[in-house]
Ligand binder design. Structure first.
Ligand SMILES: [Zn+2]
Length: 250
């Protein structure tokens, strides 16, 4: 997980079409909040708005084509999902909890709430999970105060994930016991086997190159290896947070 810097202003469609939708939802909620709280009335969301190609394009650029959680390059093998950081249609504090209703419906078309995620992170692991440090501070509808919420998942658009998550070899760990780090690793299962295997292959390759950068007798070889490692430590590269940890190790 790395810090994501999205442009301050999102794609026009979120304002031109998303905002009227949001207003309609808030109005509907005001008119019959009990039914929405019970889940007998439910909002329908228009994926053609939040998942519009202009939204995806801007997210792909800001995230260098990588999943906002696992940092896998996704755009060359799949389209990727537009993920709602705060889930739009219901939430869970714990995986076994019933779905809390109505969810963060007023953020369905909100630029700050949108990221690009791989299908595994989004559909299989995160889904409606949105744990808070103190669940009694949860914002239950559009009248609530979001600033009171302390999400346990790292919001890569406003927090520095690398202050909470680090790597030892290819293994991901919470930095200094960070609660947000632990919740994000566990909630998104960032240690899942296929992902770990992929990071491990990359780690082994880069470790060899680091040895060349440090110890090869030919200065040109050393220089070339260093330049490659610098490139792979940049945000644009896959698993760059792991690579940066490897580079810091002596
Ligand atoms: Zn992912």
């Amino acid at each position: 997980v790395i810090r994501i810097r999205k442009p301050a202003i999102g794609p026009g469609i979120l304002a031109s079409e998303g905002r009227p939708e949001m207003n309609r939802h808030c109005f509907a909620y005001e008119a019959d909040s009990d039914s929405y709280d019970r889940g007998t009335a439910q909002f329908t969301f228009d994926s053609k708005i939040y998942g519009h190609s202009s939204v995806k394009k801007m997210l792909i650029e800001a995230q260098h084509g990588k999943c906002c959680f696992c940092e896998s390059k996704i755009t060359h093998v799949q389209y990727g999902d537009v993920e709602h950081f705060r889930p739009k249609a219901g939430y869970r504090q714990h995986p076994e909890d019933p779905l809390g209703r109505p969810g963060y419906y007023w953020l369905a078309y909100e630029w700050r709430n949108l990221y690009l995620a791989c299908q595994l992170c989004n559909q299989r692991f995160k889904r409606n999970m949105f744990p808070l440090k103190d669940a009694t501070h949860r914002c239950l509808n559009h009248r609530g105060d979001l600033t009171k919420e302390q999400p346990l998942f790292i919001d890569p658009g406003i927090m520095d994930p690398e202050a909470h998550i680090e790597f030892s070899r290819e293994q991901v760990k919470a930095r200094n016991g960070s609660l947000e780090g632990k919740a994000t690793i566990f909630g998104l299962d960032l240690e899942r086997e296929p992902l770990r295997e992929r990071r491990s292959d990359w780690y082994q390759a880069l470790k060899r190159i680091k040895q060349i950068a440090l110890g090869h007798p030919d200065p040109e070889e050393r220089q070339e290896a260093r330049a490659f490692l610098d490139e792979m430590s940049k945000d644009t590269a896959e698993y760059s947070s792991m690579v940066r940890c490897l580079m810091r190790q002596t």
